[in-house]
Design a protein around this ligand. Structure first.
Ligand code: UD1
Length: 356
């Protein structure tokens, strides 16, 4: 018997990893409780569409195939979010789920939450309560709006719960831990180790605030060129486009490559000296692997990582980034359990059933 019908929205790379965790927890529940089955249908908005940004994750992480791909693709924020909104609304009407499940802070997240709430479908938000306090970031607006319309808010940390309380959100808030920590624990053993010798640093770079500002982009890349070890940068298509259009020079210690699959990324993280990034997910993954992280932004939503000495927010100026290298090369000794114990997926599934 189907006890609960969930419609899950995914669209961008980090959401495939997060959804893989919960989908596996749902499959586990269904095996244990065949008389109380949860039916999950995935809607892929098509925000990410290159093979290495999307299908590679479905194949490698064994994520159930989406019920439909809305193939929204790229465009201006309003245009993309609006097209998703219309597409998701039709899917809700056709499929009549009990819950809408959304992840993180992308345009797909907001579109899913908004479409659902207007149809009085209950919304569960995984990775609720994160704030950078920088409203110029599209992700910050997506997070705030999603949290304020969600009925069930799954926080990765106690800090996130406190931040929600400061905005008056206290009902339906649950600290379950971080699904990305679950993912790291589960997939770590399956990671593909890189075939390379010698120390290196692992990098990623794709935030609009860095790619759309050539001064910032130039500062970050020239610092990477002068790092004490080679810096491996699997390039997000957004960043690749800017580098090609602007003829930005890449040389020195910087080694550019195509986007990596999740299991390859884990392998590179396992063996790296440190991480340098503007991504939210990679800041935490660095910590999960016991590596220090230089964050090339002006702030971070993962402030507990800064407080525990695992992360330094160094901005985008070459000198400030270079000044962080010797700190980053030293091993990280403090790795406490900031993000739960790897049972976030299970906690989410149990709570959704309970609240049904
Ligand atoms: C999006 C999310 C960001 C998340 C990131 C992970 C928003 C506002 N941002 O940013 O929070 O950290 O995903 O990767 O939702 N492109 C391709 N092929 C693809 C995907 C994108 O070429 O498969 C190009 C598009 O042309 C687009 C650009 O990359 O112009 C940016 O893509 P978009 O989805 O808008 O945002 P991301 O930068 O990926």
């Amino acid at each position: 018997m189907v006890a609960l019908k969930i419609l899950t929205i995914v669209g961008a790379r980090p959401q495939f990893i997060k959804a893989a965790v919960v989908s596996r927890a749902i499959a586990g529940h269904n095996r244990r409780h065949p008389s109380m089955v949860i039916e999950e249908q995935l809607i892929h908005t098509g925000q990410h569409y290159d093979y290495m940004m999307s299908q590679a994750f479905f194949d490698e992480l064994e994520i159930p195939a989406p019920a439909i791909n809305l193939e929204v693709g790229s465009g201006k924020h309003g245009e993309v979010t609006g097209t998703m909104l219309a597409g998701i609304e039709n899917q809700i009407i056709a499929r009549q789920p009990d819950w809408m499940l959304v992840y993180g802070d992308t345009n797909s997240t907001l579109a899913g939450a908004l479409a659902a709430t207007k149809l009085q479908l209950r919304v569960a938000h995984v990775e609720a309560g994160l704030r950078s306090f920088n409203r110029r970031m599209p992700e910050e607006i997506n997070r705030i709006l999603t949290d304020h319309i969600a009925d069930c808010l799954f926080c990765p940390s106690g800090r996130a719960k406190d931040l929600l309380a400061q905005e008056g959100i206290t009902e339906g808030v649950y600290v379950v831990g971080d699904v990305m920590y679950d993912a790291t624990l589960y997939y770590r053993e399956k990671a593909s180790l890189p075939d390379r010798a010698g120390a290196y640093a692992m990098a990623s770079l794709h935030r609009a605030e860095n790619t759309n500002d050539l001064n910032r982009l130039g500062g970050i890349l020239s610092a990477m060129n002068e790092a004490p070890v080679p810096v491996i940068l699997p390039l997000h298509p957004r960043t690749r486009k800017v580098l090609e259009n602007e003829n930005v020079a890449v040389d020195g210690q910087l080694e550019i490559m195509e986007p990596l699959s999740y299991l390859s990324m884990l392998g590179y993280l396992e063996n790296c000296a440190f991480v340098i990034t503007d991504s939210g997910g990679l800041q935490k993954e660095a910590y999960f692997f016991g590596k220090k992280c230089l964050t090339v932004r002006e702030e971070t939503e993962w402030s507990e990582l800064v407080e525990c000495g695992a992360n330094r927010v160094v901005g985008a100026e070459k000198e400030a980034i270079c000044a962080g290298f010797s700190w980053a090369m030293e091993p990280l000794t403090n790795t406490s359990e900031l993000y739960g114990r790897g049972e976030a997926g299970k906690g989410i599934v149990e709570r959704l059933l309970k609240n049904h």
